[in-house]
Design a protein around this ligand. Structure first.
Ligand code: ADP
Ligand code: TYD
Length: 206
């Protein structure tokens, strides 16, 4: 397997991304890889601002949020302490829970997706994932998991919005199929079986 991969997990809310990030990291570490797991929105200053808007503690228009994610992502890549580019240079395999396809799908629900893709062009130029792994669950299953596990429902977590976001993920994969490596994995089975599916796709990376 190629060393030093950059893998992005994608999916609608509650699809099991963070569960699968953890399971993949464990497998890679067992094989002797140094692994750095990370996520967006980040926990840096810009990410914290985004989370305040999501939890309704601060006002923010959808277009403002899209812009904040552009900045959060660039900091996530370029920061000299915790930036992904630095981690890759240090020999880590980096796994991120969400990257720019999240922006295309979530903000594409409120504005022109091409604008969102263009606004993130610098991130794509700096670093494309070796593989985007989309964990696919139905919006109904997503709502079921969210309602079970949380007290507060965030801004984008409604059934209608998640249906739209799921559809926009597929539109974005189609639109960028000549540039991006994407695999789609059924996320509704047992988590260990999903992890095996993820693992098989990781082995195929050239
Ligand atoms: P995400 O990071 O995409 O929001 P999580 O990994 O946090 O998703 O999972 C959301 C919820 O669904 C958690 O309560 C988790 O335990 C549960 N979960 C994760 N994977 C599965 C699965 N394959 N089947 C059923 N429930 C799952
Ligand atoms: P996250 O904490 O990953 O939520 P979950 O664990 O439920 O998937 O992400 C928080 C929210 O941020 C989620 O609703 C998706 C949204 N989001 C965007 O709207 N744009 C983006 O670019 C990213 C990375 C996330």
């Amino acid at each position: 397997m190629k060393k030093n991969l950059f893998i992005a997990f994608e999916g609608i809310d509650g699809s099991g991304k963070s569960t699968q990030v953890k399971l993949l990291a464990q497998k890679l570490e067992k094989q002797g890889h140094k692994v750095y797991c990370t996520f967006e929105p980040t926990d840096s200053a810009i990410g914290v601002l985004i989370r305040k808007i999501f939890s309704h503690k601060m006002e923010g228009d959808h277009r403002t949020i899209a812009g904040l994610f552009v900045a959060d992502r660039l900091d996530h890549l370029l920061n000299s302490n915790y930036g992904i580019l630095k981690k890759l240079e240090e020999g880590y395999t980096v796994i991120t829970d969400r990257y720019y396809f999240s922006s295309y799908a979530y903000h594409g629900a409120h504005m022109d997706m091409d604008w969102v893709i263009q606004a993130n062009a610098l991130s794509a130029e700096l670093l494309r994932p070796d593989l985007n792994i989309f964990i696919d669950i139905s919006p109904e299953e997503s709502m079921h998991r969210i309602n079970k596990g949380r007290e507060n429902i965030e801004m984008y977590e409604t059934l209608d919005n998640l249906k739209k976001v799921q559809q926009l993920y597929f539109e974005a994969f189609e639109k960028l199929n000549d540039k991006e490596k994407v695999c789609i994995i059924n996320g509704e089975g047992n988590e260990d079986l999903i992890a095996e599916d993820v693992w098989e796709n990781i082995q195929k990376i050239q």
